[in-house]
Design a protein around this ligand. Structure first.
Ligand SMILES: Nc1nc2c(ncn2[C@@H]2O[C@H](COP(=O)(O)OP(=O)(O)OP(=O)(O)O)[C@@H](O)[C@H]2O)c(=O)[nH]1
Ligand SMILES: [Mg+2]
Length: 179
């Protein structure tokens, strides 16, 4: 699961002791839960819906990874919020693509991976909801992330901090190589 694959070049990282990471993913994948798990004091702009709540603007959280301050922005998953995703993506150092591994591969996830690749934004796939008995994360690995992904459970916190730290270190490593 940790196999390294080539990462798109990072053109500009303004200041490596502060990082902006945007969390993308389909509706209901667990983006907001992931940010809550990393930062219990995170903020969320949501509306009530049939699943409890859905993000209608953004999530915002902060977490230290080693000596780096990581600013996390969660996007809304509903398709109609494309304009919000475009705004939040500006100037980001990296991205997480959150996937519900109890669901099937969907067009939105494929589109997001392509979109990030086209823009040379380094990203990591997080295969979420691995606490569920019907989770099948393996089916995503080769299709959307070329072997590089982390299995997590945002709701239990399993592997959440470790997966983010691995990605932050990876961004750092690539930026040092490019200097
Ligand atoms: N079992 C399980 N449920 C999860 C996990 N992560 C999130 N959920 C549940 O999945 C639902 C959606 O979680 P959210 O974090 O709101 O998902 P989201 O991607 O932010 O959703 P949108 O903002 O609507 O796109 C909620 O009922 C969560 O409790 C997980 O790791 N395991
Ligand atoms: Mg959300």
């Amino acid at each position: 699961m940790e196999r390294l694959n080539p990462v798109a070049p990072i053109v500009q990282i303004m200041c490596m002791d502060k990082l902006k990471i945007v969390v993308f993913g389909s509706y209901n994948a667990g983006k907001s839960t992931f940010i809550r798990s990393l930062d219990p004091e995170s903020r969320h702009i949501e509306a009530d819906n049939e699943n409890g709540s859905t993000t209608v603007a953004l999530d915002y959280g902060r977490v230290m990874v080693g000596d780096k301050k990581v600013y996390l922005f969660g996007t809304p998953g509903q398709e109609r919020f494309e304009f919000v995703r475009q705004i939040l993506a500006r100037g980001t150092d990296g991205a997480v693509v959150m996937v519900d591994s109890t669901a099937e591969i969907d067009d939105m996830t494929l589109y997001l991976c392509e979109w990030l690749t086209d823009r040379d934004i380094p990203f990591v796939v997080m295969l979420n909801k691995c606490d569920c008995t019907d989770a099948s994360p393996e089916k995503f690995v080769d299709v959307i992330c070329d072997g590089y992904a982390h299995k997590i459970s945002a709701i239990t916190g399993e592997n959440v901090h470790e997966a983010l730290a691995a990605f932050v270190n990876r961004i750092d490593l690539v930026s040092r190589k490019n200097k």
